[in-house]
Design a protein around this ligand. Structure first.
Ligand code: AG3
Length: 274
């Protein structure tokens, strides 16, 4: 018998994957969780019915949410990931030799535990001595840590349920305060095809808090529409002015100096959102 998993991404569109195995399902204090084996994308983490990450395509998202801001900054030493309990962003951050400490602040401890068990390729860096895993509310954590971080990345779920507060202007203000004077912030901001109003609103809010705001995009096959966006707020450095000839070779599969530049070149319909 064939078993298929479907995420309904909008009222009229879904992604359906043939599954080989269900490793684990659980209702945590915050959300429903599933770890499954898919034929096309390998192991997959699903939270509240939405695909969070898969072994086959996680590299795109985790490289793009981290290396773009880290190479926009001159010399990042201390980074914070809000959400991101799978540890993929931390793994990428720790590829930067300048990084002394990478804090992960994830609200749901079960996500971290189960990703350590079932997705070791993604979560492996959580045991690095420079990684500091905090199981806590990211909003409170940011409010309590002022003027501390060079780069903050918000690696959240969709703006429903536990993540709603992570898409709010008050949170962006708290992030501004939590960053050093040349700090940079990036948030995952959904699909330019399916979430236009969200992107417009986030961009407007980020722009009202940070002197520099930029939208950039990449291709992620398992996320709604396959085309994904990130919004950056920066106090000093403009990512489109990064001297990309100085970007060193890193062990990456998507990000490179040309992609750093190209990611900010927006198709007309996406450029209209900002
Ligand atoms: N967080 C963003 C996932 C959003 C996907 N949305 C969806 N499938 N409806 C990814 C977490 C990876 N660290």
């Amino acid at each position: 018998m064939e078993l298929w998993y479907t995420e309904f991404q909008t009222k009229g569109v879904g992604i359906t994957c043939k599954t080989k195995k269900t490793y684990h399902t659980e209702k945590t204090q915050f959300q429903e969780m599933a770890l499954i084996e898919t034929e096309q994308f390998g192991r997959m983490l699903v939270l509240d019915g939405t695909v969070q990450t898969t072994i086959e395509d996680e590299f795109v998202y985790h490289e793009m949410i981290t290396h773009v801001p880290l190479f926009t900054h001159n010399n990042p030493k201390k980074a914070l990931v809000v959400g991101g309990g799978d540890g993929g962003a931390i793994r990428e951050i720790l590829k930067h030799p300048s990084i002394e400490k990478a804090v992960l602040c994830e609200i749901d401890g079960r996500v971290v535990e189960l990703c350590r068990e079932y997705l070791p390729e993604i979560s492996c860096a959580l045991s690095d001595s420079r990684a500091d895993v905090q199981i806590a509310d990211g909003i409170k954590y940011v409010q309590e840590h002022k003027n501390e971080f060079d780069v903050i990345m918000v690696d959240s779920t969709d703006p429903v349920g536990p993540a709603v507060g992570l898409f709010a202007v008050d949170f962006y203000r708290a992030i501004y305060e939590s960053l050093k004077e040349d700090g940079i912030f990036v948030a995952q901001t959904e699909s330019p095809f399916f979430h236009k109003e969200l992107i417009k609103g986030v961009y407007r809010d980020v722009k009202s808090v940070f002197p520099i705001a930029r939208l950039y995009t990449c291709a992620i096959p398992t996320y709604p529409s396959g085309y994904w966006s990130f919004t950056m707020g920066s106090k000093k450095y403009d990512p489109i002015e990064t001297d990309t000839s100085k970007i060193p070779e890193l062990d990456t599969k998507y990000y490179c100096a040309d992609v750093h530049k190209a990611a900010f070149a927006l198709p007309r319909f996406a450029a209209e959102l900002v």
